[in-house]
Design a protein around this ligand. Structure first.
Ligand SMILES: *[C@@H]1O[C@H](CO)[C@@H](O)[C@H](O)[C@H]1NC(C)=O
Ligand SMILES: *[C@@H]1O[C@H](CO)[C@@H](O)[C@H](O)[C@H]1NC(C)=O
Ligand SMILES: *[C@@H]1O[C@H](CO)[C@@H](O)[C@H](O)[C@H]1NC(C)=O
Ligand SMILES: *[C@@H]1O[C@H](CO)[C@@H](O)[C@H](O)[C@H]1NC(C)=O
Ligand SMILES: *[C@@H]1O[C@H](CO)[C@@H](O)[C@H](O)[C@H]1NC(C)=O
Ligand SMILES: *[C@@H]1O[C@H](CO)[C@@H](O)[C@H](O)[C@H]1NC(C)=O
Ligand SMILES: *[C@@H]1O[C@H](CO)[C@@H](O)[C@H](O)[C@H]1NC(C)=O
Length: 660
């Protein structure tokens, strides 16, 4: 028997329970009914017909077969009222069909004990829990539809035990997670299988390649999951496939060329990462679609508007305030203030409780930085304290309904290595102010490239400390919240360094607040600065992987002491320099001489590992880059040995309290 070749199957067969029910109806009553019913307080109308005082033919949603395998015919009045069928041990359950029946329970493991059960249709109920492993023990099961329920957990691999008999498998619209399990044997063809529908779940991992071996498959729906990686050639070669839906996943790369002439349109593939390309989707390698002239127009327009508005926003408002709304929970404190004239409103986040609308709008500002979409001010409060204000010009950011929830997400980010967002002001005309803590210290860019003495202050232990801090901050953005926050603009200008060389990342998530024209422009305009991942030439939105790329450049920048970017901006293609150096075996020469001071062995001090890590982060193919958690781990593992020169003597007191 082919079956015994697979250890999984052997295990499953051994674990088959001893049959302890006298008949299928007994099993149905004692095990299946209470489980499907769940602990719902009101008895389910369909399920309550499954009882001994009701003739078997009137039990709803079930089909039976006689000992010969013929369907039990319930046509005649005598069969319909025959109570003794209820415990007829020769009758076998063949189908359970209770779609949209208000079931609130779960599927018990006993489901695998019906020897003749062929189909289960329980779609559109409120069933939850996991799909029991024992489902794969059902010797006759061929059609399963458990769509639109709340099943979670992963799909048990035992499902493929049924490979030779399965006809359709539908789990659309549940919460199944993890990757799809491979069949135990490598060449399962599941010849009779026609439909596989796992759409709208939370499945992840690469394209489940084993599916392409299912020779008779006509319909495949993997839409709206979290699948990643490329779409395999073998899928395009599946002759039987009539319907295909891979939309709304995170597939990347070039679609197999065969799809250009297939029956599948763009709607089979849309909603994946922007890097998924090739017919029937957009051509690979096409640009952003904005002409340089148009971009310049947008930039100039925004700059003009930004400056004019700035002078209006700061110091001119004087309105009475009124506390509208107060909300406190352990994670966030949020006060909403609006002035009575409805001019605008201030939302205060944790740590910004001292700020009022009046204070913020009356603060006297000093321009620190201007950009296409707004201006950053250092602003002095009446109590003498300082805040940093980032003004987003009217029209540059999304509508309040869309923007405010995003800002709230950003405000939840609290980490030693992140500049905290303390408040958010929304003006009547659409102008917005993001209020941050003000840090008097310089950006990493300034220290590395603009100051004559700065670079020499940055010995390797300090640079390592900065790299690790930035990595931790970024990792927190990526994984510290329900919704990952993409920084979108990791660069040395956005890393503030204090006197203890603790780095703080500023400006995270700003791009997400912008209307798409401005967001696109941010990506295009800063490409020249050398931090942009290559895939951003094709796609427009940053994601955690493009952050990793930018971090890689930042790490190389720290190690080499050189500005990233293009030649004309005075910068260098840092990864290319490293590649050349490695090929020419002059690797040691690419390190900033300041970094090598006091270093006995570049390997034992973690320099070489950091260089490798930087290059790994800059991998042209996004999927092979490490994630930030892994970057943190590697930096922690490869620290400089001598860290006594981390702090200047004056720093030691507070430095000792800083976890590093
Ligand atoms: C029964 O249902 C209630 C609410 O629907 C739930 O809170 C409770 O945990 C459930 N009990 C069991 C044993 O599942
Ligand atoms: C048995 O089923 C009948 C309908 O067929 C229903 O009226 C009755 O309430 C059920 N009895 C129990 C105990 O659920
Ligand atoms: C009721 O079913 C039993 C068991 O299948 C059978 O022996 C009996 O003849 C049936 N009675 C009627 C009236 O059909
Ligand atoms: C599935 O959901 C239940 C709540 O319905 C939860 O207790 C359980 O942890 C979840 N299991 C998995 C694997 O997510
Ligand atoms: C699986 O199929 C491939 C190609 O069809 C073949 O080369 C391979 O030997 C098969 N493996 C097994 C275990 O049958
Ligand atoms: C795709 O990946 C990104 C980043 O990893 C994530 O934010 C997004 O939710 C994913 N999309 C889907 C449909 O899973
Ligand atoms: C693909 O699936 C998505 C969501 O699951 C659905 O909205 C879309 O209409 C489907 N497209 C096709 C071509 O079936």
């Amino acid at each position: 028997m082919q079956v015994l070749r697979y250890p999984l199957l052997v295990l499953l067969l051994l674990s088959l329970p001893l049959l302890s029910f006298s008949s299928d109806s007994d099993l149905l009553l004692k095990k299946i009914k209470p489980a499907l019913q769940g602990n719902a307080t009101i008895a389910n109308a369909q399920l309550s017909t499954w009882n001994l005082s009701t003739p078997l033919c009137q039990w709803r949603g079930l089909q039976w077969a006689t000992a010969t395998g013929a369907p039990l015919s319930c046509d005649s009045a005598s069969t319909r009222s025959n109570l003794s069928l209820n415990s007829d041990t020769s009758l076998q359950l063949t189908s359970i069909q209770l779609p949209a029946s208000g079931l609130q329970g779960y599927i018990p493991s006993d489901i695998g004990d019906f020897s003749s059960l062929q189909s289960i249709y329980l779609a559109v109920n409120s069933l939850h829990g996991s799909i029991p492993l024992e489902l794969g023990n059902s010797p006759s099961l061929s059609e399963i539809d458990l769509g639109s329920n709340s099943f979670n957990g992963s799909l048990p691999p035992s499902i493929w035990n049924l490979c030779n008999q399965l006809v359709s498998v539908r789990f659309h619209g549940n919460r199944l997670s993890g990757s799809l399990p491979d069949p135990a044997g490598p060449n399962h063809t599941c010849d009779s299988l026609k439909v596989l529908d796992f759409g709208e779940n939370k499945l992840e991992g690469g394209f489940p390649l084993f599916i392409t071996k299912f020779t008779g498959l006509q319909e495949l729906d993997l839409s709206a999951n979290r699948f990643t990686g490329s779409v395999p050639e073998a899928l395009a070669e599946m002759k039987s496939l009539q319907k295909l839906n891979l939309s709304s996943n995170n597939f990347t790369g070039k679609l197999p060329a065969e799809f250009a002439n297939s029956k599948f349109g763009a709607d089979s593939f849309e909603g994946n990462t922007p890097s998924l390309c090739g017919a029937p989707l957009k051509k690979c390698g096409s640009g952003s679609g904005l002409s340089p002239g148009l971009i310049a127009g947008i930039v100039i327009g925004l700059m003009a508007g930004g400056v004019v508005l700035a002078s209006v926003s700061i110091t001119l408002f004087q309105r009475r305030k009124k506390i509208k709304n107060k909300r406190i929970d352990e994670e966030e404190i949020e006060l909403e203030e609006g002035d009575q004239n409805g001019e605008g409103k201030l939302i205060v986040f944790q740590g910004g409780e001292h700020l009022t609308l009046e204070e913020v709008l009356n603060a006297t500002g000093q321009v620190m930085e201007k950009s296409s979409y707004g201006t950053v001010y250092k602003a002095k409060l009446s109590d003498g304290g300082n805040i940093a204000l980032r003004l987003l010009r009217e029209g540059s950011s999304k509508e309040p309904e869309e923007c405010t929830p995003l800002v709230r997400e950003l405000a939840r980010a609290r980490h030693e290595n992140l500049v905290p967002l303390r408040a958010f002001y929304q003006g009547k005309r659409g102008e917005k102010l993001l209020v941050y803590d003000y840090f008097p210290h310089k950006s990493l860019f300034d220290i590395l490239h603009e100051s004559t003495t700065g670079r020499s202050l940055l010995n390797w232990p300090r640079r390592h400390k900065i790299a690790l801090g930035v990595a931790r901050g970024l990792s927190h953005l990526h994984t510290g919240h329900d919704t990952p926050i993409t920084h979108g603009d990791v660069r040395s200008k956005n890393v503030l360094i204090d006197e203890l060389f603790i780095p703080r990342l500023a400006d995270y998530g700003i791009g997400q607040l912008m209307v798409s024209a401005v967001a696109d422009e941010l990506v295009s305009a800063s490409r020249a600065d050398g931090y942009k991942a290559p895939e951003l030439n094709k796609m427009k939105r940053s994601n955690p992987r493009t952050d990793v790329y930018s971090f890689g450049i930042l790490l190389l920048e720290l190690l080499m002491g050189k500005k990233p970017g293009e030649g004309k901006s005075g910068g260098f293609d840092l990864p290319a320099l490293v590649k050349v150096a490695v090929l020419e075996e002059t690797t040691i020469e690419i390190f900033d001489p300041e970094v090598l001071k006091g270093i006995r062995s570049p390997t034992e001090d973690g320099l070489v590992q950091a260089l490798k890590l930087g290059m790994g982060c800059c991998a042209p193919v996004a999927t092979v880059r490490p994630d930030m958690a892994e970057v943190v781990r590697q930096l922690e593992e490869n620290r400089p040995r001598n860290r006594s020169n981390l702090y200047s003597p004056a720093d030691i007191r507070s430095g000792a309290a800083t976890p590093y």
